[in-house]
Design a protein around this ligand. Structure first.
Ligand code: COA
Length: 329
């Protein structure tokens, strides 16, 4: 069975920046509160003409360019998002068409902040089954479209962006996918969700008046779960594959809160230089944080061939996932 490797990375963030100071003119908050409680300084916000598929296509094109392959060679597109252009058709279909990926099938994967980790887990298995040679996994979210900019507890946290990995078979057993530990716990559904717009509460004048089409979050509950689960699941994954935490060269975590990341790194005994943090620039871009952070790690020359990389995420659902990969280039 072939193993799967990450052969290219690409990303896109919209040009407009919303700073903490900008937010302090919209809701009762300030730069100091946001920076100390979350680590976020600014986030990028999509203009009114830009939807999730537009950012996804830009990230995809950059990934294909890096890999030096035409879109027609793709076998599958997995689009991880909670902010699709519309509920159906899937945003994967819209992206396939815009890319001209004439040989690809694909689907949207809804797992909120864990979406990208689940996406690369699925891609690794499609490739190692021997049935797929080129799978594009895209994480893209336009969170600003579902944020209530009168609610200071949520609107400060998120930003917009997209990123992608190309997953291909590897010839070497010393690189690529090592393994995963993923889980869901739907008892946490009530703590982070968008209540209306689905079959339970379809859009109506009432749901709009009640502001039910926005992100609702019980912040402290989600925070406690994230702190516990991110480190627990990382330890589970390392134990499952017999890997000592000291072997982890780089942890690339979901970027929600610098305190969640610091607690996980501390529990695993990872020094700061082995952890990527870039939420100060982008905020929480949901499914896009991990490819955006991987892009930054590459730009900073912090990833080398053979490095053991731990991707970890926790999100709405609850969902949680950890992937271990040996870096390829
Ligand atoms: N500016 C200023 N004050 C704010 C504020 C803001 N943007 N948001 C909340 N506050 C206030 C609260 O009203 C509360 O005031 P009170 O004590 O008078 O009631 C106080 O700050 C503390 O609020 P609390 O919610 O307990 O703060 P916290 O330290 O838990 O931080 C989060 C809030 C949202 C940053 C934190 O809970 C968190 O990061 N949760 C996880 C969120 C997340 O990452 N979700 C994405 C999926 S992983």
């Amino acid at each position: 069975m072939p193993n799967a490797k990450i052969s290219a990375v690409g990303c896109f963030v919209p040009p407009d920046v919303l700073t903490n100071d900008d937010l302090s003119r919209m809701v009762d908050t300030n730069d100091e509160w946001i920076a100390t409680r979350t680590g976020i300084r600014e986030r990028h916000i999509a203009g009114p003409e830009t939807a999730t598929s537009d950012m996804a296509v830009k990230a995809a094109r950059q990934t294909l360019e890096k890999a030096g392959i035409p879109a027609a060679e793709l076998d599958a597109i997995i689009l991880c998002t909670v902010t699709p252009d519309m509920l159906f058709p899937s945003t994967a279909c819209l992206v396939q068409d815009q890319l001209g990926a004439s040989g690809a099938w694909g689907f949207d994967l809804i797992a909120a902040c864990s979406g990208f980790v689940y996406g690369i887990t699925v891609a690794a298995h499609l490739v190692s089954a021997g049935t797929h040679r080129k799978v594009l996994v895209i994480g893209a979210d336009t969170m600003s479209r579902i944020l209530d900019y009168t609610d200071r507890t949520t609107c400060i946290l998120f930003g917009d962006g997209a990123g992608a990995f190309l997953i291909e078979p590897s010839d070497s057993p010393n690189e690529g996918f090592v393994g995963f530990a993923n889980e869901i716990d739907g008892s946490g559904a009530c703590f982070l969700n968008m209540p209306a717009g689905g079959s339970r509460r379809p859009a109506s004048a009432e749901t709009v008046a009640e502001r039910q089409h926005y992100v609702k979050q019980a912040g402290p509950q989600v925070f406690k779960y994230a702190v516990r689960k991110m480190s627990e699941l990382s330890e589970t994954a390392l134990r499952k594959y017999g890997i000592d935490p000291r072997e982890v060269k780089m942890m690339i975590p979901h970027q929600a809160n610098k305190r969640i990341i610091a607690a996980t790194a501390e529990r695993l005994g990872l020094p700061e230089e082995n952890v990527i943090v870039n939420l100060d620039k982008y905020g929480n871009t949901t499914a896009a944080t991990i490819p955006l952070a991987t892009w930054d790690a590459l730009e900073q020359g912090r990833l080398k061939k053979g490095d053991l990389v731990l991707f970890a995420a926790v999100g709405a659902g609850y969902t949680a996932g950890v992937n271990l990969w040996r870096w390829t280039y």
